[in-house]
Each structure stands twice: as structure tokens, then as C-alpha cells.
Design a protein around this ligand. Structure first.
Ligand code: GCW
Length: 698
């Protein structure tokens, strides 16, 4: 089998342009390449620009003799005559930003730092890959977010929690001596989209990674990643002082515990001088934390922050907490625990909040904490891996979801206080800002299991750099770099991607339904599940279907979760007339006979949405089939097979959910909705003990 189109090269294939007119034009414009500076990062930028240009221009061993010389270098390294002309513009960049500027017979790619130059290099190559003009360039671009981070839920045994693309990239057993070439390819791919941090280990953490045996291995990875501007972070198990430190307590106020963390952090920095810091999941789903000692999140986070502060390290402290002892609506619990502590966290603590108040569902309203902690650093966490969206089997273009969340208006300071403004820090002038994405990458040859899911890694990076970008533009740019520049095909491929997000919502959880998946693996429907030990793990807790209707009343007559939003937002959600229908059953328990805006009853509307989701997948398949001669055979066939599975599973979701809810509505399926092929008992009987990414308890 040929690996030419196996997807390994991601969006950096640098194939020679087939449009001969454009090829000639670029060849006439691009001349000699000159690079200034000799840091490791500049070496990478130099290799990249040569490989990129010679590949794209099809001039592997030929001299480039176009009109403009391409000049790369950070401001301090550029020849004075050139640097002087750019000094003013560079003022407007931050440390990682870059300037690409045409003047006289040069195209200059410069920045304050070498890493900025590397980012600029990738941007310049992207212009060629996407067939844009390279004349009169004047591009000034800086990231709007400080920490742009992948979170790997990778275990030390190389399994990946909620991972669907093979095993962990990190071969801990062979590290530090054996350095898989893939480590560098990984770092390079991240740099190409501006990702500047990676948390190597699962938030359900193992303290062993903090021992010298593993720190040597972490160091080996950090050394490979460093030239690409990619910092390494680790998850810190709160009970590590007991497990690997021999202490009898992990109480954050205990002097010995504090000293242990201080020493541990100092030790880590001897291995990795630019170590990024810790990510901590504490007192959540059984993980240890400060509450085990009667302390709170502030005590825990600040204790670690003090140890990291002398080295400029940060603590990313997760707000994903809910407790079986708390009888209030799970959607309210993180806010209740954290918001009273606004302003109490150290400057180098950043609270990491999932995009919605439950857990990475196909659609959730934005998390109310985003509009409620003006005096605390807050970062957003997305899940790029598709725990609740069909694993790596379903084509779901997630930047649509990310964009929807960023555009949501918190009204924290009146209209226009979008989540993007909270996260980029502009609303409240935050000290540190960040965006995290739970990685969908593994050892699969194409990295993400499904060719199209590479676009989610790509789009995550682009939106972490700039949360105001348009997800459709990102899709187009990815398609052009990964598949084709042919206009008609670009549009078709983009159509598939854009449609895919609403499709998955429709065939899994339309109209605000949520958390109705099967237990453990979370793959496939399970709205009937009601026997798990913790009430809030059961789907019935979330949909509350009964003979009267369906949905979770979170208005003042119910859990009153809406009170956690700004009054304008709460009022909108509370009122059935103004609550967006896409969130209807998230906020309201609605009678089956309720009239939707379309005029359909809720039951009919729900059934039609499920059917619509299935139809949308069929349309995605039809569009894909039109592309058979436009994309390479390997990827065409692989995506084709996956789309067939997605179609089959969309029908499974529709049929299982509708049969289940029909027991309560006792209404017939409306016209246009296909009858299920099997009985409800059949769907309930399906088991998947070896589904990938599994975490058995919940
Ligand atoms: O809901 C859960 C997932 C867990 C995950 C957890 C979290 C890493 O099912 O697998 O644990 O979210 O985000 O901490």
C-alpha cells in the first residue's frame, strides 16, 4: 500500500501546485531565501521555508530566481537597513506575533522572537498552499490568548481516556533514549497552528509522572518540543505527597506538604527549565483534592501556585466538579463552588472551565461561570476528542461548536460581553488567558482516526490563537491545504463539514436534550439508563421524560440554574417564548403537545429533528460521493466507509431515542419519520464492552 495519501502529513503536504499559471506566477515572484539567526527555532523555520517553497513550487533542486527575496529573522537579527524600516510596526506585536511585509524587492517575515518568525513562516506557506496573492503583503498578527494548550488524557500505560485514535503518542517505556520521529512531527504540527503548550498526562492522574524516573522522559519530550515553542505541562495528583513523597497527608495548609511541593517544583525545573506548570483535577469524580482535608479549591490551587511562581509556572485548576452529596442540579455545582471565591486565587492560577455546565455535550449553553468571575483568570476547555459525538467514527466539524460558544453573550458588562471577550481577557483585563482542548490525537497513522477530524485539531489551534475567527473560513483553509484548491470541491467539502455539526445534534440530542448516552463508553444512545449509583450519572436525571412531557426545568420553578446567568440571559432562557429552541429541553420541562415555532407539537418536532439528523448524514454521503474523482482513492474510501457507519449509527440514535420517548408521549411518529427497524428491547440489549476510550465507572 502506498502511504502517499494516508493523512500523516496533515495540512502540511506541500504538494506542487497543479495550476500551471499560478505555479508560474509564484515562481516568478519567489527568489532567494535568506534567514537570520541561528537558534534551534530559526533552524526549524529555515527547514520549513525551504521544504515548503521547494515542494509547493516543484523546484526541489533548482535555484529560485523570482522577483522577491524571502527574508526570515527576528527583529534583532535582521540586517539594520531592513530592521529600521519595520521597527514601528513591530511595536504592535506581542511576543509571539509576526509581521509579513513586502517592501522593495523583499518579503520579510519577522517578529520580536524567533518563535514569532516560525509562526509567520507557517502563515506565509499557508498563503501559497491556499493560493492567495503574495504581492503587497502587510500582515500583522498576534495571538489573542496566552495559553493555547492541548490536554492529553493519556495514561502512563499508553491507553487514552476517551481516545479514539489508537494509543498514546508517548512511548514512556522507551523514553528517554528512544525518540520517536513522530514527537517532532507532533510539535511541528502544533506550531503550524499556534498551539504553544501540551499537558502530556491524563487529568485522572498518576503521581508517578512526577518521579525522577518519569521526569527524565518528560525532559526528553520537552527538549524536542522546545524549538517549536511548545511548552510541557503535567497533571499533578493532589495526593502525590503521600503516594510518592512518603508524607501522611496532602493537606495544602500543612507545612510539610507545602515544602514537598516547593521541592518537587524546583526539581522539575532542573529537568525542564521552561516547564509550563500543572493542570489539576481535584475533588472531582473521585480524584483527591483539598476538600479531603476540609480545605477549599483556593487553598489547594494557591499552595501549588506559590511553589510555581518563582519559575513563572502556572496552575490550571479545573472547575469540573460535582458531587453525589450535593442534591442540587449538577449544572449549578461548579458555579456554586467557585464563584464565591472570585478574586481569591493567586495571579498564576487560571481556572479551567468546560465550555458548558455539564460535560461536552453535542450542544450546551455556555457555562455560567464565564459571566461571573471578573477577578479570576478563566480559561475555557473544549473537548476535541469526541466522547459524546461518536468517537472518531463520526464526522463532526467542531469549530462550529467552538465558535458558537465564543460568540455567546454573557451580558456580564451588558450586551456584547461575549465569552470570547471573557476568555481573551479583554472584558476584565485578565492577567493570564487560555484555551485548552482535550486532544483527539493518537498513534493512528492519520493522527485522529478519521481524516476529517484533523480539522478539529487544526480549527482548535486557529480559534485558540484568535477566538473571533469564522469557523467556515477555517474549514475552507483546512480543505485547501489538506484536500484541494478546486473551488467547486472546496465548497462541497466545506458544506459537508459545516452541516456535520448540526447533524450530530439532531440525530443525538435535539432541542436541548443532553447526557442521554449509554454508560461507560458513552458510545450510542441510552436514555433509559436509571440504575447507576450516582443519580447524576443517569440519563433519566437529565431528560426527566414522563407522561406529561420531557426536559429539565432549570427555571425558577425548577432548579433555578438560570439564576446563575446575568439577568438578561436568565430572562431569555426562563421565558418559553424567548428561550432558543435549540436549548428548550435544557431549560424547560415541556408538554409533548407544546406547539413549537414551526407549528408542530413537541413530539412531532422532536421526531422530525431526529429524522433530519439522519437525512443530513445521507446528504453528507451524497456530497462525498460526488467527490470521488476529486480526492485520492485512499482517503475517499476510508471516509466513505466511516460515513456509512455514521449513517447507520445516526439511525440507531434516532430509533432508540424515539422508541424510548414514545413510551411517554404515547403519540405516533409523524409523517416523514421512518419507523424503527427493531424494538426498544433490542436497542437496550446492545453492549459494547470493548469500545475504545472507555472509562468503566461513568
Ligand atoms: O465526564 C467525564 C469523562 C471522563 C473525564 C471527565 C473529566 C478525564 O467521562 O472520562 O475524565 O469528564 O473531564 O475530568
Amino acid at each position: 500500500m502506498t502511504y502517499a495519501t494516508d493523512g500523516y502529513k496533515l495540512w502540511m503536504d506541500y504538494k506542487t501546485i497543479s495550476d500551471s499559471a499560478l505555479l508560474k506566477e509564484y515562481q516568478s515572484l519567489i527568489g532567494s531565501v535568506q534567514t537570520y539567526g541561528n537558534s534551534e527555532t530559526m533552524k526549524k523555520a529555515t527547514t520549513e521555508i525551504y521544504n515548503g517553497i521547494s515542494g509547493i513550487l516543484g523546484m526541489k533542486n533548482q535555484k529560485l530566481d523570482g522577483k522577491f527575496s524571502i527574508i526570515l529573522g527576528s527583529y534583532n537579527n535582521l540586517p539594520k537597513t531592513i530592521a529600521q524600516q519595520l521597527s514601528q510596526e513591530l511595536e504592535n506585536l506581542n511576543e509571539e506575533g509576526y509581521l509579513i511585509k513586502s517592501f522593495s524587492n523583499h518579503i520579510v517575515i519577522t517578529a520580536k522572537t524567533d518563535i514569532g518568525v516560525l509562526y509567520g513562516t507557517f502563515n506565509f506557506l499557508k498563503r501559497l498552499q491556499t493560493h492567495q496573492s503574495i504581492e503587497n503583503l502587510n500582515i500583522l498578527d498576534s495571538p489573542k490568548i496566552d495559553l493555547r494548550i492541548l490536554n492529553h488524557w493519556d495514561n502512563l500505560d499508553r491507553t487514552v481516556e476517551r481516545g479514539y485514535a489508537g494509543f498514546s503518542l508517548w512511548n514512556w517505556h522507551q523514553l528517554p533514549e528512544y525518540k520517536d520521529a513522530r514527537y517532532e512531527d507532533y510539535a511541528r504540527a502544533n506550531a503550524s497552528i499556534g498551539i504553544n503548550g501540551t499537558v502530556l498526562t491524563n487529568v485522572n492522574s498518576n503521581a508517578l509522572v512526577l518521579t525522577p524516573q518519569y521526569l527524565e522522559k518528560v525532559k526528553a519530550l520537552a527538549d524536542i518540543f522546545r524549538p517549536y515553542g511548545l511548552k510541557v505541562y503535567l497533571t499533578a495528583r493532589f495526593s502525590a505527597p503521600i503516594e510518592i513523597g512518603g508524607l501522611t497527608t496532602a493537606d495544602p495548609l500543612d507545612a510539610n506538604v507545602k515544602a514537598w511541593w516547593k521541592n518537587k517544583v524546583e526539581e522539575i525545573y532542573t529537568y525542564i527549565p521552561d516547564f509550563g506548570g500543572f493542570l489539576v483535577k481535584a475533588n472531582s469524580e473521585g480524584q483527591p483534592g483539598p476538600q479531603n482535608y476540609g480545605r477549599n479549591h483556593v487553598d489547594g490551587a494557591n499552595m501549588m501556585a506559590e511553589a510555581l511562581a518563582p519559575f513563572n509556572g502556572v496552575v490550571m485548576w479545573r472547575a469540573f466538579v460535582y458531587s453525589e452529596h450535593d442534591t442540587t442540579d449538577r449544572a449549578k455545582q461548579a458555579y456554586s463552588e467557585f464563584v464565591p471565591h472570585d478574586g481569591e486565587f493567586q495571579d498564576n492560577v487560571i481556572i479551567q472551565v468546560k465550555n458548558g455546565p455539564i460535560d461536552f455535550q453535542p450542544r450546551e449553553p455556555f457555562h455560567p461561570m464565564f459571566g461571573a468571575m471578573p477577578n479570576t483568570n478563566l480559561m475555557i476547555e473544549f473537548q476535541i476528542t469526541q466522547e459524546y459525538m461518536g468517537g472518531a467514527t463520526h464526522l463532526v466539524y467542531q469549530p462550529k461548536l467552538f465558535e458558537e460558544v465564543f460568540e455567546s453573550d454573557t451580558y456580564q458588562k451588558g450586551k456584547g460581553s461575549t465569552v470570547a471577550k471573557v476568555i481573551d481577557g479583554s472584558l476584565d483585563n485578565k492577567k493570564i488567558t487560555g484555551v485548552a482542548g482535550v486532544s483527539n490525537i493518537g498513534t493512528d497513522r492519520n493522527w485522529t482516526g478519521h481524516h476529517f477530524l484533523q480539522a478539529n485539531w487544526y480549527g482548535f489551534g486557529r480559534l485558540a490563537w484568535n477566538p473571533y475567527l469564522n469557523s467556515e473560513d477555517i474549514a475552507k483553509e483546512w480543505v485547501r491545504m489538506t484536500f484541494t484548491n478546486k473551488e467547486e470541491s472546496v465548497n462541497k467539502l466545506t458544506d459537508i463539514m459545516i452541516a456535520s455539526r448540526e447533524a450530530v445534534v439532531n440525530y443525538m440530542t435535539p432541542l436541548g436534550l443532553h447526557h442521554i448516552m449509554a454508560t461507560g463508553h458513552h458510545y450510542g444512545p441510552g436514555p433509559w439508563v436509571s440504575d447507576l449509583s450516582r443519580p447524576e450519572w443517569n440519563p433519566v436525571y437529565y431528560h426527566k421524560a414522563d407522561n406529561n412531557g420531557v426536559g429539565f426545568d432549570r427555571t425558577p420553578s425548577g432548579s433555578n440554574a438560570t439564576a446563575q446567568y446575568a439577568p438578561e440571559v436568565a430572562t431569555m432562557f426562563n421565558n418559553l417564548e424567548t428561550c432558543p429552541e435549540q436549548d428548550l429541553l435544557w431549560f424547560h420541562h415541556v408538554p409533548w403537545t407544546y406547539k413549537l415555532k414551526s407549528g408542530h407539537t413537541l413530539w412531532d418536532g422532536l421526531a422530525l429533528k431526529y429524522q433530519k439528523g439522519v437525512n443530513e448524514v445521507a446528504e453528507m454521503q451524497a456530497t462525498w460521493n460526488q467527490l470521488e474523482n476529486e480526492v485520492d482513492t485512499q482517503r475517499f474510501n476510508e471516509v466513505n466507509m466511516l460515513l456509512s457507519i455514521q449513517y447507520k449509527e445516526a439511525k440507531w440514535w434516532r430509533d432508540a431515542c424515539l422508541l424510548y420517548f414514545q413510551q411517554f408521549s404515547k403519540m405516533k411518529l409523524p409523517q416523514g419519520v421512518e419507523e424503527p427497524k427493531h424494538t426498544l428491547e433490542y436497542y437496550k440489549s446492545l453492549q459494547f464492552p470493548y469500545a475504545p476510550g472507555i472509562r468503566p465507572q461513568w
